[in-house]
Design a protein around this ligand. Structure first.
Ligand SMILES: Nc1ncnc2c1ncn2[C@@H]1O[C@H](COP(=O)(O)OP(=O)(O)O)[C@@H](O)[C@H]1O
Ligand SMILES: [Mg+2]
Length: 439
């Protein structure tokens, strides 16, 4: 059986054989090139150089191949030589938003919100291990039995999580998350994630310095939405952003970006989101934007919102706007400052003005599902008033999610705040009738 047949085989054995051959040619390649020369080149030049050399080697020593097979083989050899094996072309493809490696033979990617299983894999578990080592070594981290979980960000912005046996039962598992694309709000409107009037209202909210919480499940688009919302912050303001792994891409000039730091291998030197929130208060911020609250920093954030740092934006993981309130309560009570439940609730009621809940629908599309305003007074249970919701239609044969955005009038107090700030209110959010002081 020639290499031709082996390359075409797509089952596990075919992959193994082709993989072994790739390893052979890769070894030949490494014999022929001068690694010092290579070091001076950037990635594109390096790839071009390697492809040329592999081409020569194959012409001299390789089997007879069609032009296409030859190109595929060259690409695989170079991918492996460059270090990331089958991941290399995936990382080079901007439409791939997430790469999930569940052991050497099981790779999934996410594109346009949809998961697909690939029919390529690593030649062996050892090779996957090597690839993972190379990736985490770039950021001076290490993964082995004594530190079997690593969370890191690559120099190119991707976020990488690795978990290896014995914690993972399927071999080394690596999840690579692309640096999300920065959408502007009008782009999210044209993608149908929200409608124009709602975007207009949200821009008025940001300018009027309401404190807003963006919430939703993992991958629902919270960071993306937070980024788009931040686009409405006037460029005259000083913005401090605080994140676990810097993903936000603000357009304004005057932005100070802070990123937390995990502990080093000895377990020391960690700087938490909470440390950064506290520090940011001494930096004369006009706005504090926190990528995501996950712990005790929530209380510091709420206190900051209540003490003159209006207009703050934050995301929290939750399954509805109401759930976001419970999450904030739970997270705020994780602080070592023991404050009674009622006090936490009052902090939230006073601090948070608006909750925006995002949803990733079954077809992979992301949308604003509901916007709720906190309307409770002091010493009351938290009361939410909906001002916008997406009403989904029954899904048809094409499985595309459709529906309409339904608007409700703004609560009087909120409308007054906007009007006092000189902000227009889009007509469909016109103030509730019979609510006291209608003109
Ligand atoms: N409204 C949207 N339309 C299309 N793609 C989106 C939208 N919001 C987010 N995405 C994409 O979905 C992925 C997850 O988004 P992200 O903002 O990181 O989610 P989260 O912060 O909730 O985990 C990213 O690849 C991002 O580009
Ligand atoms: Mg996020």
């Amino acid at each position: 059986m020639g290499l031709r047949n082996r390359l075409e085989a797509k089952d596990g054995t075919g992959r193994q054989t082709a993989g072994a051959n790739v390893a052979h040619w890769r070894a030949r390649l490494l014999e022929e090139i001068n690694l010092d020369d290579l070091a001076a080149l950037d990635l594109t030049q390096r790839r071009a150089r390697l492809e040329k050399v592999v081409g020569h080697i194959l012409t001299r020593e390789g089997p007879v191949l069609s032009t296409r097979e030859r190109a595929v083989l060259i690409r695989r050899i170079v991918d492996e030589a460059l270090g990331l094996g089958v991941l290399e072309p995936l990382l080079a493809d901007p439409t791939v938003t997430e790469i999930m490696v569940n052991g050497p033979d099981d790779i999934y990617i996410e594109r346009a919100g949809n998961l697909t299983r690939l029919d390529v894999g690593f030649a062996s578990e050892g090779q996957l291990h090597q690839t993972i080592d190379r990736i985490v070594a770039q950021v001076n981290r290490r993964v082995d039995e004594s530190s079997p979980m690593v969370d890191a960000r690559l120099p190119t912005g991707e976020r990488v999580n690795v978990i290896v046996p014995p914690l993972s039962l399927v071999g080394p598992v690596m999840t690579i998350r692309r640096f999300p694309r920065a959408y502007q709000m009008h782009e999210l409107v044209s993608r149908g994630s929200l409608d124009g009037p709602t975007a207009e209202l949200l821009s008025a909210f940001v300018r009027a310095r309401l404190n807003m919480v963006v919430t939703g499940g993992t991958g629902s688009g919270k960071t993306t939405f937070l980024n788009a919302l931040s686009g409405f912050v006037p460029s005259t303001e000083r913005i401090v952003t605080i994140e676990d792994s810097a993903e936000l891409q603000l357009q304004q000039e005057h932005v100070v970006r802070l990123e937390s730091r995990p502990p080093n291998i000895e377990g020391e030197g960690a700087v938490t989101i909470r440390d950064l929130v506290r520090n940011s208060l001494r930096m004369r911020p006009d706005r504090i934007i926190v990528g995501e609250v996950r712990g005790a920093e929530t209380l510091d954030m709420l206190q900051a919102m209540n003490t003159g740092h209006d207009g703050s934006l934050v995301t929290v993981h939750a399954n509805s706007a109401e759930d976001a309130v419970y999450r904030l309560e739970t997270l705020a009570s994780m602080s070592e400052v023991k404050i009674p439940y009622e006090a936490v609730r009052d902090q939230i009621a006073n601090a948070v003005d608006v909750i925006i809940f995002l949803e990733r629908a079954a077809d992979g599309s992301r949308r604003v599902k509901e916007i709720e305003v906190i309307t409770s007074g002091r010493r009351e249970d938290i009361r939410l008033t909906g001002i916008m919701r997406f009403e989904q239609e029954p899904v048809g044969g094409d499985r595309v999610v459709r529906g309409t955005f339904a608007h409700s009038p703004l609560p009087r107090e909120l409308a007054d705040r906007l009007l006092l700030g000189g902000e227009p209110i889009p007509p469909m959010f016109g103030v509730r009738a019979g609510n006291g002081s209608a003109p």
